[in-house]
Design a binder for this molecule. Structure first.
Ligand code: KIV
Ligand code: ZN
Length: 496
């Protein structure tokens, strides 16, 4: 059996520090429960002294979550530790995460102090925290840039003071994988009492090395990895949970495993993205929209012959129903044939050839060919179900009740409807619903600017669920309410 590596999730602490990603207690509880289902070992629930809201969240997560250890962050200060102890009082299994800077850069320019003084503060914080809680994790902030000999001294002293876990953070994402691995190896070789603690790695992604550095740490003896869902976190983010877990699962020769229920990865990614209003880049490893999508002819042909030709992970292992074949002008006959068969058309080689030529002409005009387009290509009449936005008017602002009026061309006729909502987009969707009358739920709604600036185009991606299936919609416009309505109609059109 492989050795276990513990997954310490800090989505609700380091992840939540990102501007615009703040969650309220109810939302944090939702994420924490999903992290428990995902079977993470430790949840870093917050930094209790930082605000009453963060304090309350740690209290409520401690009450609601039973299996993972609940951890609270502190600086090396007694008042921080007191707040953390109080916030953790309902936790079944609890940990305090305290620490101080270890690099000369932080010691000199952040603390205006000396190595000796920060060492004393670190040791004092561990001793003080240990009076209340047995499980104490110590972080040597900016360990990535710290002098290894001093870092080893610090680690040895805080273990002597009672630390049970030692976190070696590459706070600024500076290290390269072999360098970070060598640092962990150095600690194992130079800290006398290192066997008395678990070594943890906490990497940031400033050079895109967070996952590689974390794995390098594990290969050199670290037994805990600190991660966030979707890799969210300060600046370029933290190590992403899904990348570390799936790299370990995929490479059977890595001599450790995690206890993560990988089938929950996609759901966790969606939830965090939605609640934190943080879009996942489409090409993000494991959880990006395109992570299991194939659009070039050569790849589609290969994947249709055998999935493993172009996929190293089975999408179902991370909770995605199947990979997708996207029909574009780069697609080949194999993909077209596959899609047509799914619609019930069995074509002989010559007929397929003819349809393929027409398909290419259309695909050069449209970015993506959908089922409706294929049916038209096969000579079916234009579906009577098409829906198009003819007009949209909204009234909004403070203290007005947002209201929207829409005129749609639906099933060949013009319809108008008006509705109110909690905002102009909600009002526009409600007005559209009055005409189209489909029961859908909005799973995801993302607005992005193509470049910065208020005169920019807004791109809206939405995800609708209808009878257990997911439908994507996309819209772009300089007016984001119009872009939203277009995206909603695009999704609805696929359902229709
Ligand atoms: O990146 C870092 O150093 C941290 C510590 C507080 C653990 O987030
Ligand atoms: Zn961090």
């Amino acid at each position: 059996m492989k050795n276990r590596v513990f997954i310490f999730d800090t989505t609700l602490r380091d992840g939540e520090q990102v501007p615009g990603c703040q969650l309220n207690t109810v939302e944090k509880l939702e994420v924490a429960k999903l992290l428990e289902d995902l079977r993470v070992d430790i949840i870093e629930a917050g930094f209790p002294i930082s605000s009453p809201g963060d304090f309350k969240s740690v209290v409520e997560i401690s009450k609601a979550v039973k299996n993972p250890v609940i951890c609270a962050l502190t600086r090396a200060r007694r008042e921080d530790i007191d707040a953390a102890v109080e916030s953790l009082k309902f936790a079944k299994r609890k940990r305090i995460h305290t620490g101080i800077g270890s690099s000369d850069m932080h010691i000199k320019y952040k603390f205006n102090s000396t190595r000796e003084k920060v060492l004393d503060l670190g040791v004092d914080a561990v001793r003080y925290a240990k009076k209340f809680i047995e499980d104490i994790e110590f972080y040597a902030e900016d360990a990535g840039r710290a002098d290894n000999a001093f870092l080893a001294q610090m680690v040895e002293e805080v273990i002597k003071a009672g630390a049970t876990v030692i976190n070696i953070p590459d706070t600024t994402g500076y290290c390269l994988p072999w360098e970070f691995g060598a640092k962990i190896k150095y600690l194992f070789e130079n800290v006398k009492n290192i066997d008395k603690a678990i070594i943890s790695v906490h990497c940031h992604n400033d050079l895109g090395m967070a996952t590689a550095n974390s794995l390098s740490g594990v290969l050199n003896g670290a037994k805990q990895v600190e991660v966030t869902i979707n890799g969210i976190g300060e600046r370029a983010g933290n190590t992403s949970l899904e990348e570390v877990v799936m790299a370990i699962r995929t490479h059977k020769d890595i001599p450790v495993d995690t206890n993560i229920n990988t089938k929950k990865i996609h759901e966790a990614s969606r939830l965090v993205s939605r609640l934190m209003r943080m879009p996942v880049q489409p090409n993000k490893a494991i959880v990006g929209r395109n992570a299991f999508a194939h659009s070039s002819g050569i790849h589609q042909d290969g994947v249709l012959k055998k999935r493993d030709n172009y996929e190293i992970i089975n999408p179902q292992d991370v909770g995605i129903a199947s990979s997708s074949i996207i029909l574009t002008a780069r697609s080949g006959r194999a993909a077209l044939k596959h899609k047509l068969e799914k619609l019930g058309y069995e074509l002989a080689a010559q007929q397929l050839n003819q349809v393929y030529q027409q398909f290419l002409v259309l695909a050069d005009k449209k970015k993506e060919i959908n089922q409706e387009d294929l049916r038209l290509l096969m000579g079916e009449k234009q579906s009577n179900n098409s829906v198009k936005l003819l007009l949209l008017e909204v009234v909004c602002g403070s203290p007005l009740t947002p209201m929207a009026s829409v005129k749609l061309m639906f099933k060949g006729k013009e319809y108008t409807a008006s509705a109110t909502g909690n905002g102009p987009v909600d009002a526009a969707f409600s007005a559209i619903n009055k005409i189209v009358k489909k029961t859908v739920s909005l799973e995801e709604y993302l607005v992005q600017a193509i470049t910065r600036g208020s005169d920019d185009m807004g791109k809206v991606h939405i995800q609708l669920s209808h009878k257990g299936d997911i439908y994507y919609g996309f819209g772009a416009d300089t007016d984001i309410v119009v872009a939203s309505a277009k995206a909603y109609l695009d999704g609805l059109q696929k359902i229709l």
